[in-house]
Design a protein around this ligand. Structure first.
Ligand SMILES: [Zn+2]
Ligand SMILES: [Zn+2]
Length: 401
């Protein structure tokens, strides 16, 4: 089945490009997607696929039921694939005919590629419905780019009900086209943000003894917080604590009342994440109290870390090697960036896969979220073929066993 299905996907390439460019020209921001889900649903319905709209807000869940009679010893298996479809608040600066027509909004992460690739793949899977006996769930997710993200509400709305395994692929401009990046265990970090409000007592710059200086306390606090990662966290557990903003005061000779500190924390293990939050809480309180000030500490959790099931990583790796050759499948080092695909992997086994889309010949080398970002559209075929390969593995090859 696989070779033929991949050929059929290739024949669909120009249609996938048209779909991708349409999404690219009309991007929509996270939690504001209106037309994109409507287009996705219309495309799937035309294929005769069952579609549920408004899942967890603006998400779409489509199901393709295999029609092959299953043998008695065979179990009903449900395999899910996820594509996200939101854009970013970035002005598209590329000079290509398909550049964004929406001022200030852009598909600068490749989610248009993911969605068009999954729609093309859905066309082929539907054509093969007589050939397998399980169920394929296609999850088109809104709002990946903005915390709390669309995944969590789609899961609460039941998109993973009955799903045995889930796969998601992300095109990466930093990986050349034709290269596939896999990783077992932790792949992407949990990303949290924090805010600290220090309240002292303002006064004249010439009479510091009559005031409680929030700038000095804030400076001390920033230094004290450096001990969290260096002295409190297990050195074998990756963690980052970065202060991104320290604001206070406005002029030369006035001690202000307050200071505000903003920052981010990135971790992989849940234990480290909780440990850092607790350690920060204590340091903030003690530093402020010791100086006679008060401090309010707010810690907001973003997405958890992406953890890839090792068994599924081996499966993906084997299929990827068949697709692009052994030397073009690499282990991507874990990164401190995040993805809300993490929530699906907390609920079910699965894998998040990096698919190369970089190509210097077409200027597709800029990083994600850059105003010049683009990727080679042939990455859609790689994503589609990987997904078809995974299906064949779950439904056809396992039948022969
Ligand atoms: Zn992104
Ligand atoms: Zn993304």
């Amino acid at each position: 089945m696989l070779h033929q299905a991949c050929t059929k996907l290739e024949e669909l390439y120009s249609e996938m490009v048209d779909l991708r460019r349409d999404f690219h020209m009309y991007p929509e921001l996270s939690f504001q997607e209106m037309e994109t889900p409507r287009k996705i649903a219309a495309y799937l319905r035309k294929l005769g696929i069952e579609v549920q709209e408004g899942v967890g807000g603006r998400g779409i869940v489509a199901k393709i039921y295999g029609k092959k009679q299953k043998s008695p010893e065979e179990q009903d298996k449900t395999v899910a694939f996820r594509a996200d479809f939101d854009g970013l608040p970035i002005q598209d600066e590329k000079q290509v005919e398909y550049k964004s027509r929406v001022p200030g909004v852009m598909h600068a992460c490749g989610h248009d590629i993911h969605t068009a690739a999954l729609l093309g793949t859905a066309t082929i899977i539907k054509e093969y419905e007589q050939e397998f006996s399980g169920t394929v769930v296609l999850i088109f997710q809104h709002a990946e780019e903005l915390v709390p993200g669309g995944a969590i509400s789609m899961i609460e709305d039941g998109c993973l009900n009955g799903v045995d395994v889930i796969y998601g692929a992300h095109v990466f401009s930093g990986l050349p086209l034709g290269v596939i990046g896999v990783q077992e265990g932790y792949m992407l970090a949990a990303g949290d943000e924090f805010q600290i409000e220090i309240r002292g007592k303002g006064g004249h710059g010439a009479s510091p003894h009559e005031s409680i200086d929030p700038i000095v306390i804030g400076s001390q606090l920033i230094l004290n917080l450096q001990q969290v990662v260096s002295r409190r966290v297990d050195p074998l557990q990756p963690a980052v604590l970065t202060i991104g903003s320290f604001q206070s005061g406005a002029t030369y000779n006035v001690i202000p009342d307050t200071a505000q500190i903003l920052g981010t924390v990135r971790t992989f293990s849940e234990e480290t994440r909780t440990g850092i939050e607790q350690a920060m809480q204590k340091i903030v309180q003690h530093t402020a109290e010791g100086a006679g000030a008060t401090a309010q500490f707010t810690y907001r959790r973003g997405y958890p870390s992406v953890w890839n099931d090792p068994v599924e990583t081996k499966r993906v790796e084997a299929i990827a090697k068949q697709l692009v050759g052994n030397e073009r499948v690499i282990r991507v080092p874990p990164q401190m960036g995040g993805e809300d695909f993490a929530y699906y992997l907390q609920k079910t086994s699965g894998n998040f896969i990096g698919v190369g889309g970089g190509n210097s010949e077409i200027n597709a080398t800029y990083p994600h979220h850059h105003p010049m970002f683009d990727v080679d559209e042939r990455s859609m075929l790689q994503i589609g073929k990987l997904f078809l390969g995974l299906l064949a593995e779950h439904f056809v090859l396992s039948d022969e066993a």
